[in-house]
Design a protein around this ligand. Structure first.
Ligand SMILES: Nc1ncnc2c1ncn2[C@@H]1O[C@H](COP(=O)(O)OP(=O)(O)OP(=O)(O)O)[C@@H](O)[C@H]1O
Ligand SMILES: [Mg+2]
Length: 489
């Protein structure tokens, strides 16, 4: 595995960033050298005020900041200041931001302008040697295993980098800086922290003794651009046939759970299928660290809170579900069920709040049920396990299992419909599966196929007078036609 990983030198990263800047439309951001001309022109981003809608403000802000951050890194690279001490870097960033803001007519209000410079300083300086990686939009994950061992994930592939911290102490200082800027503390007495950066990226840091070989830091990059349904089809995560099915079950308010291992693409898939939620519905999202970015109009985002330094003020996902139910939601989207809130979610789903979506850490649809059962027990309920299972079976309609395959590609492994209970066992039937046909150096080959089973929603909809193209959605036509082709050859 390790020999497959390419080693990257920071200079390569910088060179790539410099090259990449050529792709950034110049009219979206002019260099400081062009500032005089720019002063008179409005910036024709796709976020001009005429097209601005309140709900896309944050997306718009993130887009401007992203472009600016890339340009800043380029500028720092050109002027060779990246290796300078922090205070010099800070004044460089300050100057850059002030100049840009003075000379560009960004569609930003005063608060956003102030936030912009703070965020950029934070992103560029707050992460020390990692700022080069933070400025690369292709990097989705940064993993610091040791002060001198930094990995990144780009396009689904893990790569080693030559970026390193001076020593352990340097890494700890950066970790503490990141944590303290988002109001959290990490030290030997509380050696783990999970938090969200101002741009929405999620960080986790640990210190010895919990990580034996030294401090670690993991950053899940976020806020650049969400992977859309179209992206995921292109990346082979699911087929367009499956996408049409996902749309159907989302629009017709089925309760869906996306199940998979760590980093398998659960949250990404949840965000993508949620695109199909109609604009008129009021959505409440509940997350531990808010990462879902929805484009709909009525979205209320809720996030849990850790207890403060005195051990008070903790707000859990359970608290948030209970509160969300009083907010007249049409839909509740929970980032991930991890513990007792599973009970509240199942109860909500069973009492008319259908169309709920969530994710769970599990290895198979069946495993998802046993995990749910364990989680419900964590809520301290006295319910016997059979009753819990019955609740889960009646609450859930579909389980979408995702997996990061050995070739690094994240795929939907199967889509299962929950059909009922037999004795004490939940009954599931597969509607789609990924059928692997081979494996070579370039990756895994295979295709997503309908199993031929027509799910119950088809019948349910035709009873309601809604016609759906059954053959197109559930027919095994695709594989049948390729079989025909094979024969002809
Ligand atoms: N189909 C895909 N192709 C390429 N990259 C993907 C795909 N799906 C997700 N990713 C990327 O993989 C990373 C992990 O995705 P995501 O956060 O959705 O996983 P997760 O299962 O929710 O992880 P966690 O267990 O940490 O909650 C992200 O950086 C995301 O952008
Ligand atoms: Mg997730």
């Amino acid at each position: 595995m390790s020999d497959e990983r390419q080693r990257i030198h920071p200079d390569d990263v910088r060179a790539r960033l410099a090259r990449k800047s050529l792709d950034v439309p110049r009219d979206r951001l002019r260099s400081t050298r062009e500032k005089k001309d720019a002063a008179r022109n409005r910036v024709p981003t796709d976020a001009t005020p005429t097209q601005r809608r309140p709900r896309s403000r944050n997306v718009e802000y993130q887009a401007i900041k992203g472009t600016l951050h890339e340009r800043l890194i380029d500028e720092m690279n050109e002027q060779n200041v990246l290796a300078r001490p922090d205070d010099e870097l800070e004044s460089f960033v300050n100057e850059f931001v002030t100049e840009i803001l003075e000379n560009e007519e960004w569609p930003l209000n005063e608060t956003e302008r102030r936030r912009l410079s703070e965020d950029l300083i934070e992103e560029t300086l707050g992460t020390g040697p990692l700022s080069v990686l933070m400025g690369d939009p292709a990097v989705t994950d940064i993993m610091v295993n040791r002060y001198d061992e930094v990995f990144v994930e780009r396009f689904g592939q893990l790569e080693a980098t030559d970026i390193r911290f001076r020593d352990e102490e340097h890494l700890v200082r950066i970790i503490q800086r990141i944590a303290s800027r988002v109001g959290r503390r990490i030290d030997t007495s509380s050696p783990m922290v999970d938090a969200r950066l101002p741009d929405g990226s999620r960080i986790n840091a640990t210190l010895p003794p919990v990580t034996i070989d030294g401090p670690t830091l993991s950053i899940r990059r976020f806020g650049r651009r969400r992977l859309t349904r179209a992206d995921l089809i292109r990346l082979g995560m699911f087929s367009s046939q499956m996408q049409r099915f996902f749309e159907l079950i989302v629009v017709y308010r089925k309760n869906i759970i996306v199940s998979g291992g760590t980093g398998s693409g659960k949250s990404t898939l949840l965000g993508a299928i949620a695109e199909a939620i109609p604009d008129r519905e009021r959505i409440i999202t509940i997350e531990d660290a808010a990462e879902l970015l929805l484009q709909q109009r009525h979205v209320v985002r809720m996030e849990t809170r850790a207890s403060n330094l005195e051990g008070q003020g903790r707000i859990t996902q359970r608290d948030l579900v209970v509160n969300a139910l009083r907010m007249r939601p049409d839909r509740i989207l929970m980032g991930e069920v991890r513990a007792g809130e599973a009970l509240d979610m199942l109860q909500a789903m069973n009492t008319g709040h259908d169309g709920s979506l969530t994710t769970i850490h599990a290895n198979s649809p069946r495993d998802a049920f046993s995990r749910l059962e364990t989680m419900v027990m964590m809520a301290g309920t006295e319910l016997p396990s059979r009753a819990i299972r019955e609740q889960a079976v009646s609450a859930l309609d579909y389980i979408i299992q995702v997996r990061r395959y050995e070739d690094g590609v994240r795929r939907v492994e199967r889509v299962a419909e929950v059909v009922g209970m037999e004795q004490t066992t939940p009954q599931l039937q597969d509607i789609y599966t990924f059928r692997q046909t081979g494996r070579d150096a370039s990756g895994i080959s295979g295709e997503h196929q309908a199993t031929g089973v027509v799910p119950r929603i088809a019948e349910e909809l035709s009873d309601r007078g809604v016609q759906i193209p059954k053959q197109e959605l559930f027919g095994t036509a695709f594989s049948a036609s390729s079989a025909l082709e094979d024969e002809r050859l």
